[in-house]
Ligand binder design. Structure first.
Ligand SMILES: [Zn+2]
Length: 951
């Protein structure tokens, strides 16, 4: 389509492009001051400031007009508009998940693929504009005009700069049109302006100046293009060459992520300083362009340097001096921020650190360490000053049956101001580079001994870093996990390098996997770390007056003191040693549900999906409560945080939820093809309130599956119940596709029982898909009864923690004999089906019913972890189904009219089915309940033969 417009554009405006016309116009403009046709009349030209100004003005108008009337430019503009629209149209819905066209989402999708387009445009036009006269062979005439160099130079540069400006303006119009077209009227014009013109355009201007200067100096159009391309290649590979400092790369350093909650706040100072630095650099380049501006016949480089020297007037000299000072001064300030206030790391620094750390301290892994039993802390946030102070007391206990004489801890000096063990100890080792401390205890800590650790510390955003900005505390919407503040003990493998090739580079053996699910030692430590089992938790938080601060637990007291707001939270049950501290300017939606206070703390503008989320909380509490036992808390709170991270995470009765997922989703309740993402994510997070917040696995294989997988099962199961078959079908297909995509990229797929937790495609997607399908075949009541039994047996159990083996055996207890194979297939093997509809012929009977002859093919294969397949014996319960067609709102819609579970033992099976409604499609596994790499062939269109009754 774009090409079509380009073609039309080129044809249509071709006439206007002939050199003659442009020349004539140029001639007219140029004669304003110096009318050549009156040359015989005595005439004294006046050259003063006003002459220069009007010369400049007319030249700018001329250049801009010439650039924009260029037929190519119009073609490009049309192409761009079509490109933008098609881009948005194509990316509107990913896997049936739609996001509202809020302004930042529009900007993201529109600018994302547009940048390259702009770069090519600028490179192309820098040559085009500079070489215009020369290509028209009009340069000698133009150069003879009595105008100073800077007039043609600057007017051409301005025309070049305006090109990306216009493109961005068009992009903004397209964005506004798309928003309007979607019926979305919450336009953020200020955001369009900030992002497109303050951030993007200024970036493109820098590029324009660079491309322009290169063209001026090298004096060869194609060489000029080539040099700019080299500059991009340098940008792409500079990290590999060891140049990762932003000061080296022209135009870099001013990326900024927008969040509705927090605007661009964290990045403002960084962006301004970098813009000043590179802006000053660009002005210097422009001076260079002016000095080397080609005028008259081309001289060699020596002649041009000589010319440039002559051209340095006092005003140019002062200009160069001032902007050099600005350039060096702002560069110095940036260096102060990136290398002095903050640490600067060359590429691969962290990789090497991780390898060194592992080599030095892995030997201490698994040494008995005391466990935390209670956490009492205070976190004082100062959002305006982007800093926080924290302090806390741990109660620790030696839960092992051996004495402990050394505590190991990954720690650097800046982390804590205070770090006092409540018993005699001595710091006997400290590696300040890698951050490792060893405390010796004399007398040693005896089994059962309890003691305390008091700690305090401070964090503050210090200026900006080379690679970004510290987002630990933000102006609005801080979300901190306790693990990034509070002390932890022993060697933590989480820091180890995971990629095989990278590990090899540092002579590290392949990373040791988690122990098997029934490993005794592994099951002594919790899934979320070996620092603690379940703990008591209490926190006092404070924040600025206009914000609400939150931590897990029930609010005991709220008060104000010295213009600050204080909140005291306490949990009355034991919880994981894993907390979150949140503070933002919130609006609150509160509802009571069976004595439970349901609360959503959200950004005032993000009201789009609140009802769905609230509904999902209620339904989860009711449904999960009826299967897994009552919801154990008196409250549940969803807390929105900025989109610097896009996940939701469950803490007991407290669920931080990114603004990027759930809050700005576009769900059409009447469109079953539309996945109800906010409902699903909320339901998943609610599932975590049982798994693992009541039953958690240990530090072994399969434990993460019990947490994520069972939460995902809970969500799919609730979705099926609330949203019906159509949504379920869509959802199972989504989960299945995600799983199949995931396994295609994993060279070693483990069966569920051996998952470690990083296999997202299994612990989420396969779980959602396969556990639901399993519950459907075994019978949802039986399946849920097994889950209820499992949770009752192991609630808050630790030492040992329950494992997936116990989960599987509980499930087996509830599963009939003829379906036991399904449990083996699901958890212990990687099972795939190759199901296919072969033929479907129907005839209408005289009583208005239909008889359908359906022939299907089924095949089951087992895949080993390397993907080698073996055919399995088929004696399985599968499902066949028939869809009919119905008119709904003037559109044809497929609706299931028949589904039946069937026991299949042969590869080809035939069924004769009598139906009340006219069949449209029929086949095997119509709801995508079985793992099948090609699910498109599951259904086939029903063909109607001339029926027997008619004969
Ligand atoms: Zn989860």
């Amino acid at each position: 389509m774009g090409m079509l417009f380009l073609f039309i554009g080129t044809k249509r405006f071709d006439f206007a492009h002939v050199a003659g016309k442009t020349k004539k116009r140029k001639g007219q403009d140029a004669t304003v001051k110096i009318p050549e046709n009156t040359a015989t009349v005595p005439y004294r030209p006046i050259f003063d400031r006003s002459t220069l100004l009007s010369q400049f003005k007319s030249k700018v108008i001329l250049e801009v007009r010439r650039a924009f009337l260029d037929p190519y430019f119009k073609g490009i503009l049309f192409t761009a508009i079509c490109f933008l629209i098609m881009n948005e149209w194509a990316g509107d819905s990913v896997n049936g998940i739609k996001i509202l066209p809020v302004t930042y989402r529009m900007l993201g999708s529109l600018t994302g693929s547009f940048d390259l387009f702009m770069l090519i445009l600028i490179i192309f036009y820098s040559g085009q504009i500079i070489w215009k006269e020369r290509e028209l062979k009009a340069d000698s005439i133009m150069d003879a005009h009595p105008v100073p160099n800077w007039i043609p130079m600057l007017s051409k540069l301005i025309a070049l700069i305006l090109i990306p400006g216009i493109m961005l303006f068009v992009l903004m119009l397209v964005g506004l049109c798309i928003q309007t077209w979607h019926g979305f009227y919450d336009y953020d014009i200020h955001l369009y302006f900030k992002r497109l013109f303050l951030l993007d355009w200024t970036g493109f201007i820098l590029l324009c100046v660079l491309a322009f200067t290169v063209q001026t100096i090298v004096n060869n159009k194609y060489l000029g293009h080539f040099i700019i391309i080299l500059y991009f290649l340098f940008g792409m590979f500079k990290g590999m060459l060891g140049f990762n400092h932003t000061l080296y790369f022209y135009g870099s350093g001013s990326g900024a992520m927008y969040s509705d909650m927090n605007g661009f706040s964290p990045y403002v100072s960084k962006v301004l300083w970098y813009k000043l630095y590179w802006g000053a650099c660009a002005v210097l380049l422009a001076f260079l362009s002016n000095l080397f501006w080609k005028r008259g016949l081309v001289g060699d480089i020596r002649y041009r340097i000589q010319q440039a020297k002559i051209r340095v007037s006092p005003s140019i000299g002062y200009g160069i001096l001032i902007f050099s000072i600005l350039f060096l001064g702002s560069g110095g300030y940036i260096f102060y921020n990136t290398n002095i206030l903050n640490d600067f790391y060359p590429p691969k620094h962290w990789e090497k650190q991780s390898a060194d750390f592992e080599k030095a301290f892995k030997k201490y892994e698994g040494r008995p360490q005391p466990k935390i039993t209670s956490v009492n802390c205070s976190v004082d946030l100062f959002p305006k000053e982007v800093r926080l102070e924290f302090s806390g007391t741990y109660i620790l206990k030696n839960k092992h049956d051996v004495r402990i004489d050394t505590i190991y801890t990954a720690q650097k000096d800046w982390m804590y101001n205070e770090y006092d063990w409540g018993r005699p100890s001595e710091l006997v080792f400290y590696d300040s580079t890698l951050g490792w401390k060893m405390y010796a205890f004399d007398p040693p800590i005896q089994p059962g001994d309890e003691f305390t650790l008091e700690f305090s510390g401070e964090r503050k955003r210090k200026g900006f870093r080379n690679n970004g900005v510290d987002l630990l505390v933000v102006e609005n919407g801080t979300m901190i996990q306790s693990s990034s503040l509070f002390p932890s003990f022993g060697y933590n493998g989480g820091r180890e390098l995971s990629q095989k090739l990278v590990r090899k580079k540092y002579d590290l053996e392949e990373r040791k996997k988690l122990p098997d699910h029934d490993d005794i030692k592994g099951n002594q430590n919790a899934l979320l770390g070996d620092d603690a089992d379940w703990v008591n938790f209490e926190a006092v938080m404070s924040t600025d007056l206009d914000q609400i601060a939150m931590a897990p637990g029930y609010l005991q007291k709220e008060w104000q003191e010295e213009d600050r707001r204080y909140f005291h939270y306490k949990m009355d049950d034991q919880i994981f040693n894993f907390f979150t501290f949140v503070s933002a300017r919130y609006e609150v939606l509160k509802e009571q549900h069976n004595g439970i206070s349901l609360e959503i703390y959200h950004h005032p503008k993000h009201t789009y999906n609140l009802e769905t989320m609230m509904d999902a909380m209620k339904k989860s509490i009711d449904y999960y409560g009826s299967i897994y036992g009552p919801y154990p808390y008196r409250q549940c709170r969803i807390l929105e945080f900025p989109r610097y991270a896009s996940f939701a995470q469950s803490f007991p009765n407290t669920i931080p939820f990114s603004e990027a997922i759930g809050f700005i989703m576009d769900v059409d309740p009447d469109d079953p093809e539309n996945l109800d993402f906010p409902f699903w994510v909320t339901a998943h997070e609610m599932g975590h309130q049982w798994w693992p917040h009541q039953v958690s696995g240990g530090s072994v294989k399969g434990a993460n599956f019990m947490s994520e997988g069972l939460s995902e099962y809970s969500a799919v199961s609730l979705l099926a119940r609330e949203r019906g078959d159509k949504q379920l079908r869509k959802f199972l297909k989504y989960e299945l596709d995600q799983y199949l995509d995931g396994r295609a990229f994993d060279s070693k797929e483990p069966p569920i029982i051996s998952t470690e937790g990083n296999e997202q495609y299994i612990v989420y997607n396969k779980a959602g898909h396969t556990l639901y399908a399993m519950s459907d075949i075994i019978g949802i009541d039986r399946f849920n009864r097994a889950l209820g039994k499992f949770i009752d047996r192991y609630r808050y159990e630790h030492d040992p923690y329950p494992n997936i083996g116990q989960f599987i055996s509980t499930l087996r207890e509830e599963t009939p004999e003829d379906l036991q194979y399904l449990i083996t297939d699901t958890f212990e093997k990687i099972t795939l089906y190759e199901n296919k509809a072969k033929s479907a012929n129907a005839s209408e009977n005289s009583d208005g019913t239909y008889t359908l002859d359906l022939k299907v093919e089924a095949k089951k294969v087992y895949s080993d972890s390397l993907g080698v397949q073996t055919t399995a014996k088929l004696a399985d319960w599968l499902e066949i189904g028939v869809f009919g067609e119905e008119m709904k709102d003037g559109e044809k819609e497929e609706i299931p009219i028949y589904t039946e579970k069937v026991f299949i033992t042969d590869s080809i099976s035939t069924f004769e089915i009598t139906l009340d409604k006219k069949p449209f499609k029929a086949g095997i596994d119509p709801l995508f309940k079985f793992v099948d790499r090609d699910s498109k062939d599951n259904l086939i269109k029903v063909s109607f033969e001339s029926t027997k009754d008619n004969i």
